[in-house]
Design a protein. Sequence first.
Length: 182
Amino acid sequence: MEAKEILAKLKLAFNDLIAPPVAAAAPDAPKEYELKIGGMIMIDKLEAGGVVMIDGNAALPGDLELVDGTKITIGDNGVISAVTPGEVTLPSPDLEMSAKFTAFETSANEKFTSYEAKFSAYEARFAATETQLAKATKVIDKLLELNTLLVEAPAGTADTAARVGNNFKDQQKEKDLSILFN
């Protein structure tokens, strides 16, 4: 393999490292639902054509009712053939609702404040990482540029006079020793 081919492969590898990942569309994950009679089932989509699983197996044909009153008719292989939404019942007004709402509001505000602080910290860390990545990218680009120049530079001829006999090695040893003792 020639140096130019190796350099081209290195460039592709670095471009793959720097390029943002492409997100693949993920299929819908099954959701867990509670039955009115007790127990849990998994449904990939709560509509006709969805599949109902009980303990990892396709549900048997028949009707099931969820806790919220939704009725599901199941055909062969656990496939939903019909979905009938349950009746929506509003809770009766409660005198303690004001106190419950205030407690909920306080709790929610505390959590939002906490999340905002965490989010700000993550933003700062992300900005620092982006700066480091930009510097690393520049260094990599310069190294690739240098490698390109080295690969494309014409090869020089060797100086045969400098390599005759052991003179070269002896001269190098003397230089090394003089550097150590001076």
